[in-house]
Write a new protein. Sequence first.
Lengths: 407, 275
Amino acid sequence: MISKKNDIALRVKNVSKSFHLPTEQANGLKQAFVNWTKGIKGYEDQKVLRDISLEVKKGDFFGIVGRNGSGKSTLLKIISGIYTTDSGSVDIFGRLVPFIELGVGFNPELTGRENIYMNGAMLGFSNSEVDKMYNEIVDFAELPEFMDQKLKNYSSGMQVRLAFSIAIKAQGDILVLDEVLAVGDEAFQRKCSTFFDQIKKDKTKTVILVTHSMESVRKYCNRAMLIVDGEIKETGNPDKVANAYSDIFINERISELEDKENKKPTNMQLSDVHLQDIQIVQDNKKTSAVKFRENFSLELVFFAEKVHEDLIMGIHFFDQSGRDMLAISTKVFGKFNLKKGKSKISFDIQNIFTDGDYYINLAIEDNNTQELLVQNHEISPFSIIGLNLSKHSKHSLTHPEVEAHFE
Amino acid sequence: MYRAMKKSNIFSKSNVVLIKELVKTDFKLRYQGSLLGVAWSVLKPLMLFMVMYLVFVKFLKFTDGTPTYPIVLLLGISIWGFIAESTSVGMQSIVSRGDLLRKINFPKYIIIISSVASSLISLFINLAVVLVFAIFTGVNFTGLVLLVPISVLQLCLLVVGISLILSTLYVKYRDISHIWDVLLQIVFYSMPIIYPLVFVSKSYPIIAKLMMLNPAAQIIQDIRHNLIAPSTAPTVWNIIDNFWIAIIPVVLTFIIFIVGVVYFRKNSNKFAEIV
């Protein structure tokens, strides 16, 4: 991409970076001496970034996404001048204000006002420049009556609000933000969201945002980049990048589940009947990664040596924490029979469930003799993928669509 | 491009603002929550002086017999206190601000300068107390007083140089703090601070001369000589006749400072990764 020089805000060219990871966990003279005499380096090199190049234009809202440890924060620190590069160059055109963390230099013993000036000085603003931003910061944080209180008397929410307000009201050309979007209560969140919408339209401000939230990437960014293991995997359209990011997780889940499948517990053969095949089917394809809110089927194939009549089957789905997701008994559909040889049974299931990992227990009983013909435990693990609700401590098993209205 | 510009401008406005903020905060927090507040910064040296005076002058008779000796003693202790405090704090300052270094980019020397500046404020308060004593004792100030700022400047160069070297070493080797503690003790007793130089020069004139080649000793004696006792406090300039030998402590000061600056600059851009 060749662009005119004056509309570029940031240019990163072929940047590589590796860290020395100490192999001995002692930073003392003795260890240094021992290493020196033995000719040990005392550290290992770890490549964190490989040949990263990117250009951010003035007015861009640029998102950087990647998993933990992919090197995105290191890249941000290099852009902010905190780390040096091994090779390559970083050119910045304009005043860059970095927020690797909110409230750098905040001191609990100082008042809110003093902390604003301290934080401002840290970011390279003179007192008169902070004077100009001061009122806006205080107003945005909604803390005017607390400015002469010591920071230690603030609630943690108030502290974060103050720090965040400094970050977004700082009068820089290029704002660098690392994972700092989700702060404050809901009202404050909405305020920030409005602010980001504004900044997105403002063509004089450039924002570089590192985040795990694909929602923010889609919502605010006009360009984005995905880093995987220190290399650029995808760059450009934020939707494309966000999808590429989600795909990493889906692919990983699938391979994890396949591993589990191979390790499934062997189930005892109780009679001449046995479960020959069990499949979760979605979009006419066998899968173990079920898409959120899209219906799926459970397909079973049994094999019997002789004919069995008047049977009842119970199927029990449960999630990773053992909670019942769904219990089906064929009693409600009437009796069923098994032919000699193969019999196929399938269930179409409406998918109203939350994402998570699920397992199936299954049993068949003769309705007359109460004899258990088949019993299988924890078979056919599958996942429902799409949201990240199961990461939260409290989530429901079903996830009907809910619309929120805030007045 | 912008970054390169920022780096070259060592005493740019924003850097000076940051130093000021750091020093202000440090001073403000030092007596935070105490009843007497800033008054402690005067009371503490005052109390220490009383003890020193009683022990060394009254009981141990570590004195050269001149009436100004108590003031000379206090002055020496104040300056030594500054050297010991600023180098110890300066040594640890980079590591203790590690949290900051990992999150924001600013010239690292600011940390050293601000920590030395904080100690310098304490020194000036101590000096003010010493001066009050001096006036009460009836010290006659001469025109030599005008030379004192030069010595203070040399003192700052020395202390900043040492702090730059120690702080860089301390990032890699934490043993340095223990070694420095011991070294400080040794240097303290190897200099005429709590005893007058005559005690040594009487019987071992060569050792007395060697002692005075230590920049810290030279500076302390210069300030004592110029400020309080031009007639009784010996300096390197009047006990060593050869100018080229007498100038050694001054040259050492510059060497330490330059080595400090070069060594620190070479390593400072990696601090954020190591700390």
